[in-house]
Write a protein that binds this ligand. Sequence first.
Ligand code: FBP
Length: 268
Amino acid sequence: MFMDSCSGIGRKVRLGRLLKGGKGVIFAFDHGFEHGPSDFTQERSNPRKVVELAVESGMDALMLTRGVAQATSDLWAGRAPLIIKLTGKTSLRPPDMQMQQYRIGTVEDAVAMGADGVAATVYWGAPEEDAMAEEFAAIVSESERFGIPVMILAYPRGPSIIDRHDEYIVKYASRASVEVGADIIKTHYTGSTESFRRVVESVPVPVLMSGGAKTGDPKEFLRIVKSVIDAGGAGVIVGRNVFQSQDFVGTAKAILEVVHRGADPERI
Ligand code: FBP
């Protein structure tokens, strides 16, 4: 028997904190950077209010940018594991530059802050795919030194991507994500339990669904979450469907029930 490397052990320990029992509901909250004020009501415009609600509702982990993590550390430290999003882009950029994410943080700073994971987006299919995949591979290499898992936001997007939710496209993006070293995949729902199961089964790492824009009917979102779990998915990484809900804590707790206890959305 060979002993595992220190960083291999660190990666397993941290992964276990993010996905308890292999499942998780991770609160995505990088929208202040990615989308800007249009995503928030005035009442929820201050990130401290939102982070406090996310922690209070028992989210398994928070995905934040470095600056928001620093400004809210008194709220999450010791209460919820942290993932630092290391890439981003604002919606203020010109339309022809919307398909490129760039670096906004380092693995070293994330580790210094006590993070259990780092994350970065790759728009598979974008003209700038090469730069993002190269950046992602560099993050994976940096993470090796620190034993911290790397999550990919695997988003098919580009002139040849007609349907971002198409099974073949999501499967390809997921496989490409494994090829560049992702430990956890966050990607789009493919529309049915059967098709999402085929995506999950095609890769050797946990796959979580990306939340997406808020659904009109909150029950509908819970049904999709249930479908992801039934498909063998490891959970969801959700932002707007929770922080744009009037009942933030109730919505978050309902999602947690479905993911961790397999609750029936019709009975919640
Ligand atoms: P949502 O659940 O709100 O979709 O959050 C997930 C997320 O990936 C965020 O991390 C990110 O800011 C946003 O979606 C990006 O969405 P889009 O690429 O559609 O603008």
